[in-house]
Design a protein around this ligand. Structure first.
Ligand code: HEC
Ligand SMILES: [Cu+2]
Length: 232
């Protein structure tokens, strides 16, 4: 039998910026490195859920805009620091499909313990289809949900591709309903959890860098949550 070739990277390269207190992801980013995060710009954004192909060696490029974090997915890899001003690398090469849980393994502030992620390993065809679907604009790019999202200031911090919402502070929400969790692994993605989080993110994740919207009328919250819930 031929020995396995080690050290090759025959899979995708995925950029991960560790933020307070979530993981900013970009598939297929190839632009000039950004000043703040040092990672290649562009690509298809996502958050907190890293899809990778099985049987390939995927390379993660890690950095951070402010403080040191550490990515740790115990079942498939050792820890790797995400350091401001630098880019570190972590190779993942799972053989078995599965959902692997990860955490931030370096104390980074109040919500550090709620800074989780999922690595989703799938056969290569499925990986390619997933990334293609993520690159598409949002399923619903108009209507009362979007209007409520914009008039309440959510668009200042969040992007929903295909709409005027192009904020870059928090996670890209273009396909938020297709992710397993919200708030970096803190809650399963359900309509009730979406409303609860938007109303009082501090209750769910103390230290979170999203303001509370508890002053919004129920109907307004429902409009927004219904719309976000349709964005798979
Ligand atoms: C000042 C910036 C800011 C504003 C304004 C803001 N958010 Fe956020 N939002 C964030 C940040 C930062 C996170 C990441 C929180 C975390 O997990 O640590 C977040 C997370 C979320 C999430 C979870 C996404 C995920 O994939 O985990 C949802 C849903 C969300 N925001 C909806 C909204 C809605 C709806 C509004 C308006 C009513 C809004 N946000 C306003 C910064 C903001
Ligand atoms: Cu962290």
């Amino acid at each position: 039998m031929m020995p396995e070739l080690r050290g090759r990277s025959d899979g995708p390269t995925i950029s991960i910026s560790a933020e307070r207190f979530w993981w900013r992801i970009a598939y297929g980013a190839t632009g000039e490195p950004g000043v703040v995060r040092n990672l290649p710009r562009g690509g298809t954004p996502s958050a907190n859920e890293i899809w990778i192909p099985t049987g390939r060696r995927t390379e993660l490029l890690l950095s951070s805009p402010d403080v040191i974090h550490s990515l740790w997915v115990p079942a498939i890899a050792g820890k790797m620091d995400a350091i401001p001003g630098r880019v570190t690398r972590l190779a993942l090469e799972p053989t078995e499909p599965g959902v692997y849980r990860g955490v931030c393994a370096e104390f980074c502030g109040t919500a550090h313990a709620q800074m989780g992620l999922r690595v989703v390993a799938v056969p290569e065809e499925e990986y390619v289809a997933y990334v293609e679907a993520q690159a598409a604009p949002a399923a619903v790019t108009g209507g009362p949900g979007l209007q409520a999202f914009v008039r309440n200031g959510c668009a200042g911090c969040h992007t929903v591709r295909g709409t005027p919402a192009d904020g870059d502070v928090g996670p890209d929400l273009t396909h938020v309903a297709g992710r397993m969790t919200i708030a970096a692994g803190r809650l399963p993605t359900t309509a009730e959890n979406m409303v609860a989080f938007i109303r009082a993110p501090q209750h769910i994740k103390p230290g979170v860098e999203m303001p509370a919207f508890g002053m919004l009328p129920e109907e307004e919250l429902a409009l927004i949550a219904d719309w976000l819930g349709s964005l798979e």
